[in-house]
Design a protein around this ligand. Structure first.
Ligand code: CMC
Length: 382
């Protein structure tokens, strides 16, 4: 067995996958052969979910049946709602609330006794989880505001319905399309940390509810999904400091501060998802407040042209522009990472299913660096 140690599993191939592929040098991302630009421009999040889970884009009839089956599963139990309310009252973080909600969904799973090797049943469970996440998350947000949850709107797609359940008002077309596009862009991304976490859990043939719960936990960290919230907090910090954004970023980099939304383990160039979200942020800025878009472009220009960060392979990632997009859509800042989870749940489920088709327990090793042969001293003599 090879003895070379690859910290962070950087560059290590652990599986084959037909789901998504990243060309980190060219800045390209595809889902099952379709470029992310094509899907973002032409498909809905539901079509992308279908593509990831079933291998092909749906026909009109297939999409209709699929969307109806998702919509049928949107309601969450009274117990989940009561827990969301308790957690909101206790000041829980939204990602922790979502993690709890996903774990609780299994209590009302009609196929709870299905054999975990029955991948059709796992797919149906995955569909239920994906349909319920927006409802639980929106309810948590409403409780935090002291408002009653809003029931799902049967006529609205997943993205528009989430915005509706959040505010109680139907979003306009621009908001609905922008949010739908953001969900498409976040749906899958190779073996990122949260997807790998879900796969590790799935590889033990544990239940899909556990795998998605683990995915939410892994995504919550600032080195992964938490960065979109950090970006918006930085933009607000700059605005409130009253400093020129250029002055702020000069000071921040001089003090060695990491700029959230920059850098990626796989991309050496600007993330293609960041380019699409940048355009959406710019469009929203044209009809609203251009402040946030202007600050982000100032930071990007400085870091790439003055500091040469992009030349060193540290370029804007998906989170750099998603923050200002969500902010302009009126979404609460600490809901950005749960939104990422809402979308990525589709990718986690697709990867677990794909891996379980030809499953092998994921079980790497560590090089032991601790002591050997220590003499045991009884407790009372220590
Ligand atoms: N700002 C300034 N310098 C940076 C940044 C940054 N955001 N990111 C990396 N670097 C530098 C880092 O200081 C190091 O420099 P040196 O070699 O001189 O010490 C070099 O780049 C390599 O950094 P690393 O941490 O070893 O690289 P990594 O591949 O392990 O890290 C990363 C990738 C995403 C954790 C890192 O770039 C980072 O912390 N970025 C900020 C957080 C962020 O935006 N995360 C979202 C990632 S994309 C969405 C997702 O997949 O969830």
């Amino acid at each position: 067995m090879a003895d070379d140690l690859r910290k962070g599993l950087e560059g290590v191939l652990v599986a084959e996958s037909g789901l998504s592929s990243i060309d980190g040098d060219a800045g390209r991302l595809i889902y099952r052969g379709y470029s992310i630009e094509t899907l973002a421009e032409n498909a809905s999040y539901e079509e992308v979910l279908y593509l990831l889970w079933h291998g092909e884009l749906p026909t009109v009839d297939e999409l209709e049946a699929f969307t109806a089956s998702l919509n049928d599963e949107r309601a969450v139990s009274d117990d989940v709602l009561a827990t969301m309310e308790r957690l909101a009252d206790a000041g829980e973080e939204p990602m922790a609330a979502l993690r709890t909600a996903v774990s609780m969904f299994s209590a009302t799973e009609p196929e709870v006794d299905a054999d975990h090797e029955d991948l059709e049943a796992t797919l149906r469970k995955g569909r239920r989880i994906t349909a319920k996440i927006p409802t639980a998350l929106a309810a948590f947000e409403r409780y935090r505001l002291g408002e009653a949850p809003v029931d799902p709107h049967p006529e609205l797609g997943l993205a528009a319905n989430f915005l509706y359940m959040l505010s109680g008002e139907e979003p306009d077309d621009v908001a609905a399309e922008t949010f739908d596009q953001a969900l498409i862009l976040h749906a899958d991304h190779g073996l990122n940390a949260s997807t790998f976490a879900a796969m590790v859990i799935g590889s033990t043939m544990a239940d899909i509810y556990g795998a998605v719960t683990g995915g939410v936990a892994a995504l919550s960290g600032p080195l992964h999904g938490g960065a979109n919230q950090d970006v918006m907090e930085v933009l607000i910090e700059i605005d409130e400091s009253g400093k020129d954004p250029l002055e702020w970023v000069e000071e921040a980099t001089a003090s060695g501060r990491r700029i959230p939304g920059f850098g990626h383990r796989v991309y050496d160039v600007k993330d293609p998802r960041a380019k699409i979200l940048q355009r959406r942020s710019e469009e929203l800025a044209e009809t609203g407040n251009s402040k946030w878009y202007d600050i982000t472009t100032t930071i990007e220009t400085y870091l790439s042209e003055e500091k040469g960060l992009v030349e060193k392979g540290i370029a804007p990632n998906v989170d750099f522009y998603s923050g200002s997009v969500y902010y302009q859509l009126g979404i609460p800042i600490d809901t950005y990472t749960p939104i990422f989870a809402m979308s990525r749940a589709g990718g986690w489920i697709a990867h677990v299913l794909e891996y379980q088709e030809d499953n092998r327990l994921i079980r790497p090793r560590a090089r032991y660096t601790g002591p050997e042969g220590k003499e045991f001293v009884p407790l009372e003599k220590r």
